[in-house]
Design a protein around this ligand. Structure first.
Ligand code: SF4
Ligand code: SF4
Length: 508
């Protein structure tokens, strides 16, 4: 567990990030905030029969203020801030103090929150006017269905007869897929809601690398299972219970490093699902120790295809990194049916902050560069691309498809729909919203049925908006938008950035 200054006999110099402001005119002393806060911020001062707060422990998750029956609480940024400085932000000073007190790595959760450019915001979508009239999606057919998996490259004539075997593909009714959120990182209730929502929507959810819980296997036809370096829960039954198998090489939030689920989170149920002893740390090594080349990757891809009798597509997921286009080309040649690319704004349950905020690439560049490379090599049709890592709304989905994706992975947005407030303390296991926790008391805060409905509503809402944008462009099928970069224009981008994105400047 992260160490504290007191473990070293040091008094912490760090300023509290938040100030808990309690309006005593409104507070009725009901104690809801005490029960709701897993970070022990609120307590009863029995001498004065008054509820008080230790602001320095607050992580700004807003659980208490949202549930306080009289709205007596306001969680505010602490007005006492570090002295302003052009080079040394308060965050720099705070992190240095934390490391001086603990000698450890600064951990974080959720996605990169830095001011790195979000290139979605520099892309504008086209609309039809006069010529090529727009389409009204309420009155005319509009197709969001797409297929994940390899397309048939060419008709094969074998031994004088037509080989009509098709590679396995998965039809999904909307180009939005729930990204990997492993059991252990998130609660069972969250996975159940994701699985049920995916089934209702006709799309897919992803178990992540934490195994496939027996109670969720009935949703197998809407499930992607992962094979990561830890091989948690992987056996023949696991592989054959799913609709797609994904080899996880990397994750956008922490490219190049492995994962570590602390033993405290490896409950009896998590241990059974991951097939590891209860209470032991679940370590995913940084590399897959059997993959050091594209040839090695090919062996694993085909081992998984053999194990599943060539009935399900095999995906390979990488983090968006500098040479992603060349790697993607190798992945296709290694037999991957789907390649998933995860940008550096992607979320995580736990990552060193310095990695999350400084390693990797924005998905917009990686996606455009990969799509172009595969087109240049004439192999784009042999694979589907799923892009993830910072997809925030329906417009981002449309822009991703136009830059070359077949579908997008959505993780953080799904968690926000369930209740996540981006407090970034997922690694603590104390998520007050019951999402990133294995504490049964906290996990019960997610009602799977309500969470399912919220997820379904979110994806339906985005899907309606995607149809509106497609109709506005005069396009009636999402597959016609794929790699159709002429429907995008860039604003505020350099010539080099426009060139990598393959997009003309606005007005051009
Ligand atoms: S950590 Fe969350 S629940 Fe606890 S005081 Fe802060 S905002 Fe309230
Ligand atoms: S999942 Fe929970 S701990 Fe993580 S950012 Fe969201 S609210 Fe915070």
């Amino acid at each position: 567990m992260p160490r504290k200054a007191s473990d070293f006999g040091i008094r912490s110099n760090r300023l509290p990030e938040y100030a808990v402001d309690r309006d005593y005119e409104l507070c009725i002393g009901c104690g809801v905030c005490i029960r709701q806060c897993s970070f022990d911020v609120h307590y009863l001062d029995e001498d004065h029969d008054t509820v008080r707060s230790r602001s320095e422990l607050c992580v700004g998750c807003h659980r208490c203020s949202a549930l306080c029956p009289t709205r007596a609480l306001a969680i505010k940024p602490n007005p006492a801030q570090y002295r302003a400085h052009g080079s040394w932000s308060g965050e720099h000073v705070k992190d240095i103090n934390l490391q001086a007190e603990t000698g450890g790595v600064v951990l974080t959760g959720s996605g990169n929150d830095k001011r790195a450019p979000v290139y979605w915001d520099n892309l504008l979508i086209n609309a039809s006017q006069v010529t090529n009239p727009s389409i009204d999606p309420l009155r005319e057919p509009m197709e969001l269905r797409t297929h994940l998996g390899a397309r048939l490259d060419a008709v094969n004539i074998q031994a004088g007869s037509l080989d009509s075997r098709l590679p396995p593909t998965i039809p999904i009714s909307t180009p939005i897929v729930f990204s990997a959120l492993s059991y252990g990182a998130v609660s069972f209730q969250v996975q159940l809601a994701l699985a049920q929502a995916a089934q209702e929507l006709g799309t897919l959810w992803n178990t992540g690398e934490g195994g496939f819980h027996p109670r969720l296997r009935e949703y197998g036809s809407n499930t992607i299972v992962q094979v990561a370096s830890g091989r948690f829960g992987v056996d023949l039954d696991y592989l054959n219970s799913a609709r797609m198998v994904e080899i996880k090489i990397g994750q956008g939030a922490k490219p190049g490093i492995g994962g570590h689920l602390a033993g405290e989170k490896v409950s009896k149920d998590v241990s059974a699902t991951r097939m590891i002893p209860e209470g032991t740390d679940a370590i995913s090594p940084a590399p897959q120790h059997d993959i050091y080349s594209i040839e090695d990757l090919r062996m694993l891809v085909f081992a998984l295809k053999e194990a599943t009798n060539y009935k399900v597509p095999v995906s390979v997921k990488i983090a968006a990194v500098h040479n992603a286009p060349a790697i993607a080309s190798g992945m296709v040649r290694a037999g991957a049916d789907v390649i998933a690319i995860d940008g550096f704004r992607g979320g995580t349950g736990a990552a060193p902050k310095v990695i999350r905020d400084n390693v990797g690439l924005p998905i917009e560049f990686a996606l455009a560069a990969v799509d172009q490379r595969l087109r240049d090599e004439g192999i784009r049709n042999r694979v589907s691309i799923i892009a993830g890592g910072g997809v925030r709304n329906a417009a981002d989905v449309v822009k991703a498809i136009a830059l070359g994706a077949d579908a997008v992975y959505v993780g953080t947005a799904a968690l926000i729909a369930i209740g996540c407030t981006l407090c970034q303390k997922c690694y603590s296991g104390k998520c007050n919203w019951g999402i990133a926790t294995q504490d049964p008391y906290l996990a019960k805060r997610v009602n799977p049925d309500i969470a399912r409905r919220r997820l379904v509503n979110l994806v339906k809402g985005w899907s309606h908006e995607i149809k509106e944008m497609l109709g506005g462009m005069g396009i009636n099928a999402i597959e016609s938008l794929r790699s159709n970069r002429s429907q995008l224009r860039g604003i505020g981008l350099t010539a080099e950035e426009l060139s990598i994105l393959g997009v003309k400047p606005a007005g051009g």
